[in-house]
Design a binder for this molecule. Structure first.
Ligand code: ASP
Length: 450
């Protein structure tokens, strides 16, 4: 049994939906279909979810909203016309959007969530109608009926454990269930969405809830590449990756799969495969716990992300001062600042942070408190840093990966600000100046691939 999820570009037009229909009906173990809202049809197009944000803002600021409502409805009717289900779609969809406007309450913390969720909710209804019209025994199911219960965190929901048992009752449904991705319901009945891109999370949750054998995630690329095509021309496809490797790669900038989507599948031990709706024959990227009998590269991918900064605290005999790290971390905690890495030397310690967490005021407060409470000999902050992660479980077994990579970076004159490697040697993280990110990714990629 399989859960199959289609991303926004796979359901953006009637032409795409025909591919979806062919994929679902090609394999009768595909029983649960999770869908995103219609995405972009071309580079200049807008995602329905972004149109819904525009609609929400119009309502919030009491601007005319009729045009954007019609634009949203037309995205669905365009598909409905092609499948000859227009009559059952147009009026109810318009009414559902209009109701959002009429029932709007700006003090409701979940107001935006209801707008956002309607993109997937209407799409699942449309797709169920198209499937039925094409003779497929399918039905739309609302996440409430299915049992997707989430925490009270608007636009950042987390699944509640009790959902899984409820969902399992639908496991033997006669009909293929068409499930809108991206949202669930809080225990007191509010629509609440996951973070952006969260339909991947729904797919993973449904896979865990139904205890299926495979979670298939269909998107518009052949799978996960060993490096970003932004930096490498035709990078190799990763055919096999472990959950942990994908987690490390998504942490450091890979965006094919939502970084919170792995957990439910991982816990339920369900393999995940990333495949291309436009090229379903391609084998894609298979993600599971381990691949004992497969020979794999020791490095599976090189990821990178910018927007980091590093704080360096230097103090003579810092290594002998008991509790100093705790005191530095306490300052960060008081200011609600999380950190990413903390490499240390004998007399200094560096803290790598995501820059978006710091405003000018919090940065000033942070530096002032470290200065006063730690009394360092040296204190500095460096902005404009990137992290580059070299990822692969096989590195543990093979000596020399660090030296090969640092030698490659040195040959290209990439100046390393920091290196950190976890004890389980699944990844090596290099912190560098963002201007050198491209150069660093390219030199590492060509050292281990191609
Ligand atoms: N439609 C939502 C978004 O654009 C969720 C998703 O597509 O996964 O973020």
């Amino acid at each position: 049994m399989k859960v199959i999820k289609f991303g926004g570009s796979s359901v953006a037009s009637a032409e795409q939906l025909k591919k979806v229909l062919a994929i679902v009906t090609a394999d009768n173990s595909r029983r649960f279909v999770v869908v995103s809202a219609p995405g972009k049809r071309n580079n200049k197009d807008k995602k329905v979810t972004d149109l819904l944000i525009q609609f929400y803002n119009a309502v919030l600021y009491k601007q005319p909203a009729e045009e954007v409502i019609r634009k949203i409805v037309s995205r669905y009717t365009e598909i409905a016309t092609e499948f000859q289900v227009e009559e059952s779609i147009e009026k109810p969809f318009y009414a559902e959007l209009k109701a959002l406007q009429e029932n709007f309450d700006e003090t409701d913390p979940y107001a935006l969530d209801s707008f956002l969720a309607s993109g997937e909710n209407l799409n699942a209804q449309l797709i169920a109608a198209c499937f039925q019209k094409s003779g497929v025994n399918a039905r739309y199911i609302n996440p409430k009926e299915l049992g997707i219960l989430v925490s009270n965190e608007p636009q950042n929901a987390r699944i509640l454990e009790k959902s899984y048992e409820k969902m399992y009752q639908w496991r033997d449904s006669e009909e293929i269930l068409i499930i809108p991705g991206f949202f669930g319901y809080t225990e007191d009945g509010h629509v609440c969405t996951f973070s952006r891109g969260g339909s991947d999370i729904t797919g993973s949750i449904v896979a865990a809830g139904m205890q299926v054998d495979l979670y298939e995630n269909f998107t518009d690329v052949d799978g996960i590449y060993a490096a970003s095509p932004k930096y490498i021309h035709e990078p190799e496809l990763i055919e096999y990756a472990t959950y942990r490797e994908i987690r490390e790669l998504t942490y450091a900038g890979f965006t094919v799969f939502h970084d919170e989507a792995l957990m439910p599948s991982y816990k339920a031990k369900i393999p995940v495969i990333i495949k291309n709706t436009n090229n379903p024959e391609c084998q894609g990227t298979l993600i599971q716990k381990s691949f004992e009998n497969k020979s794999r590269n020791e490095v599976v991918g090189v990821a990178s992300d910018d927007g980091f900064c590093g704080i360096t605290v230097g103090k003579y005999l810092l290594n002998r001062e008991v509790g100093i790290v705790r005191r530095i971390l306490q300052i960060l905690e008081d200011l609600h600042i999380g950190f990413e890495h903390m490499p240390s030397g004998i007399d200094d310690i560096s803290i790598i942070l995501r820059e978006r967490q710091l405003t000018r005021d919090t940065e000033a407060a942070l530096m002032k408190r470290i200065e006063e409470e730690i009394q360092p000999d040296h204190l500095s902050i460096e902005h404009g840093l990137s992290v580059v992660a070299l990822v692969g479980e096989g590195m543990r077994e093979r000596p020399g990966t660090t030296s090969d990579s640092t030698a490659a970076l040195a040959r290209k004159n990439v100046n390393l600000r920091m290196i950190s490697q976890g004890a389980d040697e699944r990844s090596i993280i290099f912190t560098i100046r963002s201007e050198q990110e491209r150069l660093a990714v390219r030199s590492l990629y060509y050292t281990f691939f191609d």
